[in-house]
Design a binder for this molecule. Sequence first.
Ligand SMILES: Nc1ncnc2c1ncn2[C@@H]1O[C@H](COP(=O)(O)OP(=O)(O)OP(=O)(O)O)[C@@H](O)[C@H]1O
Ligand SMILES: [Mg+2]
Length: 267
Amino acid sequence: MAPAEPANGTTDGTTDGAADVELVGVGVRYGSAKAPVTAVEDVTLSVAPGEFVVLVGPSGCGKTTLLRLVAGFERPAAGTVRVRRRVGVVFQQPRLFPWRTVAGNLVFALARHGVPRAARAARVEELLGLVGLSGMGRRRTWELSGGQRQRVAIARALAAGPPVLLMDEPFAALDAFTRERLQEEVRTLADGTGTTVVFVTHSAEEAVLLGSRVLVMAAGPGRIAGEVAVPLPRGPGTDVAALRGAAPFAALRAEVAGAIREAAALS
Ligand SMILES: Nc1ncnc2c1ncn2[C@@H]1O[C@H](COP(=O)(O)OP(=O)(O)OP(=O)(O)O)[C@@H](O)[C@H]1O
Ligand SMILES: [Mg+2]
């Protein structure tokens, strides 16, 4: 996506030429020149192909800002951002085409990414099944609940099959049952396809279930305050639902929850 350009001379050894996403010393400022707001400062972060990185932290610490940077919607005021492969995004608020049906939104994404016309209808049904909306393809998006709309947005992001998927609290508006099912689907799907994911959540449980690595951010200014590695099993044959009850799960969840509390106190 971004043109290949050399990282600036201040790399600290954490950078990796093969990374899908690489941020070095990144700062983002909003507001006017007279009243600038430093949203994030000096963020260095590298995400390897196939990694599932979760960002957690208190409201306002810059999680969405970092995703917007990686997606190319924001330019850094300092540092460098490199993204090596095509990115798909699921925002905090679903953004669908209101003049298209549910299926129409998905077909648009499939067509844009070269899925042959004859294969699209079956793929639409498959995607709708994945997000629990089977048979809803003919609905208008404004006839759906907020949670249903968000599920269409998730299906649309998956339709495009992006090698790098950015998800900003995608399950926050969903009921507990649907949320758990989609957590399991997204983890299995990402691991199965080797998709690189950067995922934002407020939930320590969600972070541990999904992530191979959890980055804990603090605010004032937004920065990465700590990291928790999640050495839970991944890949083919993993029973994701069963992980919630596995012994190391509770301890990891408590560790992440504690790190979030500490980061909030730092802010
Ligand atoms: N367009 C904007 N103009 C000015 N300030 C902004 C803008 N967008 C975000 N900010 C500020 O930048 C900081 C980081 O915002 P960001 O949306 O990245 O936080 P967040 O971690 O995603 O929060 P939340 O958990 O509430 O979604 C906040 O202080 C916010 O007020
Ligand atoms: Mg946000």
